[in-house]
Design a protein around this ligand. Sequence first.
Ligand code: FES
Ligand code: FES
Length: 886
Amino acid sequence: MKKVVMKINGKSHQFIVEPDRVLLDLLREDMLLTGAKQSCDRKGQCGACTVIVNGKAVRSCLQKVANLDGAEVITVEGLGTPDNPHLIQEAYVLSGAVQCGFCTPGMIMSTKALLDRNPNPDVEEIKKALEHNLCRCTGYAKIIDAVTLAGRFIRGETTPDKVRPDPNGPKIGVSHPRPSAMIKACGVAAFSADIKLQDALELAVVRSTEHHAKIKSINTSEAEKMPGVMGIMTADDIKGTNRIVIIFPDQPILCKDKVQCLGDPIAIVAAQTKNQAVAAAEAVKITYEPLPVLKNPREAMAEGAIQIHQEWPNLCFAQPQIKGDAEKAIAASAVVVEANFTTQINHQAPLEPEATVAYIEGEGEDAQLVVVGRSIQIHGMMANLQEALGYENVRYEEAYSGGQFGIKAAMTSEGISGAAALHFKRSVRYIPSLAESMLLTNKRHAFDMKVKLAADKDGKLTAFTIEYIVDNGAYQIIGIYVIMRAMWMLSGSYNIPNINAMGKLVYTNNPAGGAARGAGPPQVTFALESAMDMLAEKIGMDPFKFRKINSLLPGQSVSTGMVYEQWPFPELCDAFQPSYDRAKKEAADLKSGPIRRGVGIATHAFGIGGPGDAGRVAVELDPDDGITIFAAVADPGEGNDSMLTQIASHVGGIPMNKIRLVTRDTDHTAEMGPAAASRMTYMAGGSLILALEQLKKAMEEVGSKTYEGLRKAGKATHYVGSKQAAGQEGPLDPVTGQGPSFESRVHNIQMAEVEVNTDTGEVRVIKMTTAVDAGTVINPHNLEGQLHGGIDQGVGYALREEYIHGKTNDWNTFKFPTMKTSFPMDVIIKETPRVKGPLGATGIGEMTMVSTAPAVINAIYDACGVRIYNLPATPEKIKAALTAKK
Ligand code: FES
Ligand code: FES
């Protein structure tokens, strides 16, 4: 033990510490300064824990407190408060640099240290200073903007008041700061692991070390005797179905007789401290009888393969799609290309690990189980917990969430916390490590695709055939839905008269596939858009012109047979043309020597408002004539809070500071479906407008806009709006795959400019350009932030990222995007208001993720003449292809 005296945020403190206590723990646990976050497992990889020590930005997880006697520490809480923020905090908020906000405190502290020594840094200096700070949401573009703006504030060139949009001015089309941005920038927004419950037990989970095995025995006797252990529970202690379910009830909260996947949970240890719980979990002894491990769908479909789930065959779902006669059309076509493509299992990689807390509120019959986590579908989660745990009185609350990108459509750690709180009758916290979070979460599905694409002699598409086999992993999270989503959007931007597709979903012993930004379309679009370039080359036509002449036109049908009346893709092509011409011209000069420049494009028409989709939002006129919006609309970083606030203020004519949001609690909201599929602006925004219109009608009827006026006239002050997407006719026909698709589409052209080092196979992204028509823009910063983040994730998917179960366990083995891998991004926006969209808007969360990877792959081909068919396009693959080509 050592005595240490430190100044923290200007105040002197004395501590007696153990030699290995790190500053991050001291700040978060002893000082309750939870602005410094933990993403990586204290490996110095994430920078979320950055604070300033003696004037330097340091990662607090790497600092032993014992070495800090006499040090001066500043944390994000020491810079400013929401009522009195520091100029850097203002700059982050006003630049739209705060999405989920989990990385923000660390970013801000690195910015402070930089600007203290250099108030006028250039972009390269900013990148260098923030190179240890990771962000998954922004693609770093707006963070660089924020640092630049902070510098201008600090140098006195402008002020926050001059930059801040007028809150009384227009509400739509203006980058009003997000409602939660400032509390995140000041480090006082509570994320799950920041919630401190009195006397809570800490949990650790015993996880399978086998990929597929029968459980022969679970021996907890040694572990139970270990220090601090309060109890150990197994599947037998769960009273309900013990099943996590979105589509099939195939995933246990705790496995009883069998494990299907490495990392499957088997027992929960509760102890007084986290370390005690982890140590005891390691002492629980499991004996297994190993079973054959099915590593991919082809093995799982082979004759005689072991069936992973008794109730469902390994090939658990298949959906064909037939439009016209593709085989006949191909036989008659002038040009045909044929190829196989594969995509990898990938991690959505939210920065925040899967922490949850749970506790019992009230007593006796009123005792309510409260689970606080990161769900984007709080009502679905609550219903699943009720059934799985056999306990009716459940409330789910969404804490602030450090990104999710689809991962939180499914239950991850909530079942563990909820089950433990009920069993041990105590408050509990389950804060898994990053490595464990990776083991326990669902992943982007790997696709194996066989494609033919054909055109006539004039370059008009005639037919497309595709068979895609999808690795479902060990559990059915949304696998069937991924097959359907791929089919609903299969023909992308184009008019393809003849289509023959088959999607197959296959259980393996890989991690469960789940929702992941785009979920289905990114994989099939990679194949289609690669084939588009191959076909354009065979025809001898410029790939952009080829796409434009094949645009679907209003009145024509997509692959499902659904006809669209709005299809503003050709107009978007016109807006994009000058950027394309510029890029091609620049690349033409760099076609020799070892470094070659290439330009690639890809497009997509992403669907919004799927068949049968519905929303439900309530508004309440408050006594001060403001409005409270009650809606289960999660906002893990997309900007849904802004969307609701700005629409309500615009439509209701009520100042933004009088719009209140109740969005994170199942007790006060109704089911709204997941904050996924880019649907919230369209569905929740649309429902909100329907509710507001009823309120306005009531106001008109009584001739008063006040709460008092409505009450006196006996009118209700509470109204519910429910938007229903058009395609309610049901799912696709199981034989033909024909039927409704999405009510509206977002149009996009993506362009990658890359340099390929033909000696090493390395690819450098010079610039990405996105042209998008998503209808009316509600908040430009939020829109751009979503576009930037999607592009950055798309580039990672194309070039670097791959999740290998059991091997990928931190932000190095995952190859997380960094400031170093970031690149400039241009955004071209067209606004064609959508007939059925709220104020003409659609949704934009996933669009740029979908078409980025094929744009990058096409650019690599344009640069050096090698085509990569299997993502990711690593330097090794490119170099091997270059060698093979010689
Ligand atoms: S927690 Fe310190 S760098 Fe990740
Ligand atoms: S805003 Fe950076 S990780 Fe979400």
